[in-house]
Design a protein around this ligand. Structure first.
Ligand code: HEM
Length: 524
């Protein structure tokens, strides 16, 4: 400061008054704020060669709760048609993010994991989300040894677990709900959420949520409250409410207490299963239960015992919670979309039913499909694949951050750029798919020319090293439920359905069908 005073004296500059200093300070603050706002609403200059959607349009459509299909049609598709681009920029949690929509770039993105590692995903300490999910798990690990440690132990469990009998038993419970509805419209979105919740509870860690027949069961309610708390946008935008002001928010404290209760239940289950395995080991018990029907937790503990690696108790629990969160809404959304497409395409529904009947028989009684029978479904598989193309349950995965200046399919990307594959937009890109807005399972007929499309045009589960570990689990769950439903029911939308013209969904993260009511009519 003395030096500044001397300089001012030497150059004969009059000493600034307090108000001048304040004005300069205010000008600097305003300029900084403007710079921040410009950075927020305009993509960085280094990325100006990539098209972008306007900040204003993006935020407005989110606030207006436009379905993602509409946002994609209005703002994204014109960009893809007008310029031969690898994707477009959109504001996201890490700033302006490249959303890839082209198969060649998608392939590079998935295969070059050293250039596109997963961004270090740290959940805010003390938030409800962090309390529930923990932070040391397979999905959040950026890569390298940390991620391998989780995947090594989790892989064999997912490889062995394929609980077809469990899926069928739960499907029969769904039948009970549909029969009780007696051809009145039923909220398929909610019913399928309950089906997949009960399936992941039992198949994941042997816990029965009793969700299908008892929507208000104790643990369904506990979990529903935690989930609503996690999804509350207020706490997403202001995480410090959880972190610093929780003591002022009794309702929020209750959500944290429920999450602790959920953890208590998981702690008990893990301990119980560990003890059971120890006893079986010492007594050399004959293992009666086939691996396929064992829950994932048991299989992970067995993998640990046979030397595949170890996870701490917290890591184990965090992984189970990830399977839980990642494993049921995604599949429920896929199933809701399939039910919707079949309801609005009666001929496709009938063709799929013919296939189910030809393989599972047409006797007027409920059946338990076997793995061999399920493997023979061809058309039903095509329907599942086309549904996952049309309504990819996860619009995109977590972002990766570019580690060095690079070129992605010939397009320059500076170090630090956040990048992800926008599955929905890639699956609707008219430069990749013919008539992308038409539901057409024949695209996936192995004998048609659809198979000639570039690889990585269809990536609902992502691809490469970090591909979804639950893909086979989810596909099997879908095949069992859909084939059994097709055998027993015909279904349609009510005449006044709000989904008549298209399936109305959310627009962030997961494509959830908004209260899809459906009428199911028994065939026997
Ligand atoms: C239709 C159903 C599903 C879809 C569309 C889906 C989609 C995805 C996607 C796109 C990713 C990549 C995320 C990223 O890298 O940022 C992913 C990863 C993952 N999914 Fe799924 N998923 C589904 C079902 C499941 C199920 C049933 C489970 C477990 C029971 C599961 C567990 C996981 C896990 C643990 C990862 C992280 C894998 C890793 O990073 O190594 N998912 N899923």
């Amino acid at each position: 400061m003395d030096q500044v005073n001397t300089l001012i004296k030497d150059f004969g500059i009059p000493k600034p008054s307090k108000s001048t200093i304040l004005s300069i300070g205010a000008a600097i603050s305003v300029s900084y704020l403007c710079w921040k706002i410009i950075r927020l609403i305009k993509p960085p200059r280094k990325l100006s060669h990539i098209p972008h959607i306007s900040f204003y349009c993006h935020v407005k459509s989110i606030i207006e709760r436009k379905p993602y299909s509409q946002i994609s049609r209005e703002f994204v598709m014109p960009l893809l048609i007008s310029s031969s681009t690898i994707g477009y920029l959109k504001p996201d949690a890490l700033g302006w993010t490249l959303n890839i929509t082209n198969p060649e770039a998608t392939k590079d993105f998935f295969l070059k994991t050293d250039i596109y590692p997963k961004a270090n995903f740290k959940v805010g300490k003390g938030t409800l989300f962090q309390n529930f999910i923990g932070d040391d798990n397979i999905a959040f690990a950026s890569g390298g040894n940390e991620w391998k440690k989780h995947r090594k132990l989790v892989n064999p469990a997912f490889h062995k677990n394929m609980p077809i009998k469990l899926f069928t038993t739960l499907t029969h419970k769904v039948f009970k709900v549909l029969d009780d509805a007696n051809e009145k419209p039923i909220n398929a979105t909610k019913l399928l959420e309950r089906f997949t919740l009960q399936a992941i509870g039992l198949a994941g860690f042997g816990f029965d949520f009793d969700a299908i027949l008892n929507p208000d069961s104790e643990w369904v309610t506990v979990y529903a409250n935690i989930r609503a708390g996690i999804a509350d946008p207020l706490y997403f935008v202001f995480p410090w409410l959880d972190q610093k002001l929780l003591w002022l928010l009794p309702k929020r404290q209750e959500a944290h207490r429920l999450s602790d209760r959920f953890h208590g239940m998981m702690d008990g289950l893990i301990e119980e299963k560990r003890q059971l395995l120890r006893q079986q080991k010492t007594k050399h018990d004959q293992d009666e239960c086939a691996d396929a029907e064992k829950d994932i937790l048991t299989l992970m503990l067995e993998a640990e015992l046979s030397g595949e690696g170890t996870l701490t108790h917290e890591e184990l629990k965090s992984n189970l919670n990830v399977f839980f969160l990642a494993g049921h809404d995604t599949t429920a959304n896929a199933l809701s979309a399939a039910i919707y497409h079949l309801a609005t395409h009666p001929m496709i529904q009938q063709k799929a039913r013919d296939e189910a009947l030809s393989i599972l028989g047409d006797d007027p009684e409920d059946v338990f499909p076997t793995l061999q029978e399920i493997k023979r479904f061809k058309y039903i598989n095509q329907i599942i694949k086309e549904t996952l193309r049309f309504h990819a349950p996860a619009i995109n995965g977590l972002p990766r951050v570019v580690t060095q200046d690079t070129e992605l399919a010939g397009v320059f990307l500076p170090k630090g750029t956040p990048v992800l594959v926008n599955t929905y937009d890639l699956h609707h890109n008219p430069c990749v798919w013919t008539n992308p807005d038409r539901f057409d399972p024949a695209r996936f007929d192995k004998d048609s020319d659809a198979e000639l499309r570039p690889s990585m045009s269809w990536v609902p589960f992502y691809n490469g090293q970090r591909m979804c570990i639950g893909m086979q689990f989810s596909l099997m769950e879908q095949r069992v439920l859909l084939s059994c439903l097709l055998r027993k029911y015909e279904w349609r939308l009510p005449d006044d359905s709000k989904h008549k013209d298209e399936l109305i969904t959310g627009n962030i993260g997961l494509l959830v069908a908004k209260d899809l009511d459906v009428i199911f009519k028994r065939r026997y």
